[in-house]
Write a protein that binds this ligand. Structure first.
Ligand code: AMP
Ligand code: GLY
Length: 417
């Protein structure tokens, strides 16, 4: 392959970080991002990625050497299948494998079939059976919508009344089924693995701050910040997770005729019973990716290309020493009704240890303005976590963004395990 042309699909902070890391590879000549954002300019004009056939045709016409699909929606809609059908090399699972994220009901049944350790759960297909089950099970309890909900479909209910409200809301929103799940207690970690259908190479562990407000209060969001690496699992415990969770997952997918090529993202809760799976995602985490890729010294293009080709094998990745923290600056009103169109001022001299990955941004008459819920990902690198966090917040304070909403406690959980 001469200098490769890579197409990154998506328009969030994750995709900006992917494009940045891919662009650092000496093997890459050009990175296209569709639809992209103001940080990934020049974005390319392509059909909507959810219109999978039109998008795959356009990708083929642009003769790209590798397609890297960021978000879950086009994966679930079959974009990877459509691109593969046109002979393109694709990093991202087929729709059949993406069901692990598309349906929490299917994912839970899959875990039970393959002996993957997870929380006990009951599936309910209508309001009345869910309410009856709640009376029996009581609170605390977790109510999960089965379908895709942008990371916002889970209610950890402290009272039966709150659980009932979540059940009513889920079915009113057109959900086919909910899971009522045992509430787990422990630290949560994000384990991302690059997979080639057979083998998996783990990235460092990351930790997400999902609720909107400091102290893990307020509504769930897509993620308000992340830190990496987190050392909550020692080498023996990580090997155990590979053996008891990752292996049965990959083997189960292969045995069911849906081998997994792409990023398998396993949300783990570290409980007294050991690590249990909270959820599977079938793509890079957002904002986990923004805190992981700046630490990666190995060539990301080579890694994803080899995974897409099915030639990953076992390999150890090289990582930079130190730590990385990502603080999300969101629009006021996020995650409810974010206000957009706010002018943004991102100074050019934030320092060598700071990166800013755009998410919901666009250029309006040459001016940078907010255009979504999560707007900027401000990333600090440091020799240790305290320094990484301080650098990220130092940069946040220098960015002009009126009424920006961000958490002030990213990284604080590690200080009090
Ligand atoms: P999910 O989309 O399944 O990852 O759920 C979103 C968030 O809800 C998780 O990251 C956890 O913080 C929380 N959560 C999900 N399932 C449980 C559970 N069984 N017990 C406690 N918290 C949970
Ligand atoms: N940050 C969690 C996710 O990407 O789903």
């Amino acid at each position: 392959m001469s200098a490769a042309r890579v197409l990154v699909v998506g328009g969030g902070g994750r995709e900006h970080a992917l494009a940045w890391a891919l662009g650092r590879s000496p093997l890459v000549g050009e990175v296209l991002v569709a639809p992209g954002n103001a940080g990934t300019v020049p974005a390319v004009r392509m059909p909507d990625p959810d219109d999978v056939d039109a998008f795959a045709d356009a990708a083929r016409d642009r003769a790209v050497d590798l397609v890297v699909i960021g978000p879950e929606a086009p994966l679930v809609a079959g974009l990877a299948d459509a691109c593969r059908a046109r002979g393109l090399l694709v990093y991202g699972p087929d729709a059949a494998a993406a069901r692990l994220e598309a349906s929490k009901v299917d994912a839970k049944a899959f875990m039970l079939r393959h002996g993957v350790p997870t929380a006990a759960a009951r599936r309910c297909d209508d309001v009345s059976s869910a309410l009856a089950a709640l009376t029996e099970l009581g609170a605390p309890i977790v109510v999960k919508r089965s379908g895709l909900a942008g990371g916002k479909g889970v209610t950890v209910a402290e009272s039966t009344r709150a659980a009932e409200a979540a059940v009513h809301e889920a079915f009113a929103a057109g959900e086919d089924a909910v899971l009522l799940e045992e509430r787990l207690v422990g630290q949560e970690v994000s384990l991302l693995l690059v997979c080639d259908g057979r083998d998996a190479v783990p990235l460092r562990l990351a930790q997400d701050y999902k609720q909107a407000e400091d102290g893990d209060l307020g509504p769930m969001t897509g993620g308000m910040g992340t830190v990496a690496p987190v050392d909550l699992l020692d080498a023996a415990a990580q090997a155990d997770v590979m053996r008891s969770i990752v292996r049965p997952t990959l083997d189960g997918l292969r045995a069911e005729g849906t081998p997994f090529v792409g990023t398998l993202f396993i949300g783990l809760m570290l409980t007294e019973r050991g690590p249990l799976v909270l959820e599977y995602n079938v793509r890079f985490g957002d904002p986990e990716t923004q805190a992981l890729l700046p630490l990666l010294e190995s060539d990301l293009f080579e890694l994803l290309r080899d995974a897409a080709r099915g030639t990953l094998g076992t390999r150890a990745l090289r990582w930079r020493a130190g730590a990385c923290a990502c603080v999300v600056m969101a629009a006021p009103g996020y995650p409810g009704s974010p206000r957009t169109g706010t002018p943004l001022d991102v100074p050019g001299d934030l320092g060598a240890d700071v990166l800013v990955f755009h998410a919901g941004t666009r250029l309006e008459g040459g001016r940078l303005v907010s255009a979504g819920g999560r707007v900027l990902n401000v990333v600090g690198l440091g020799n240790d976590m305290a320094q990484a966090v301080a650098r990220a917040y130092g940069a946040v304070e220098r960015i002009g963004f009126d009424d920006a909403h961000y958490r002030r406690d990213i990284g604080s959980r590690l200080a009090q395990p």
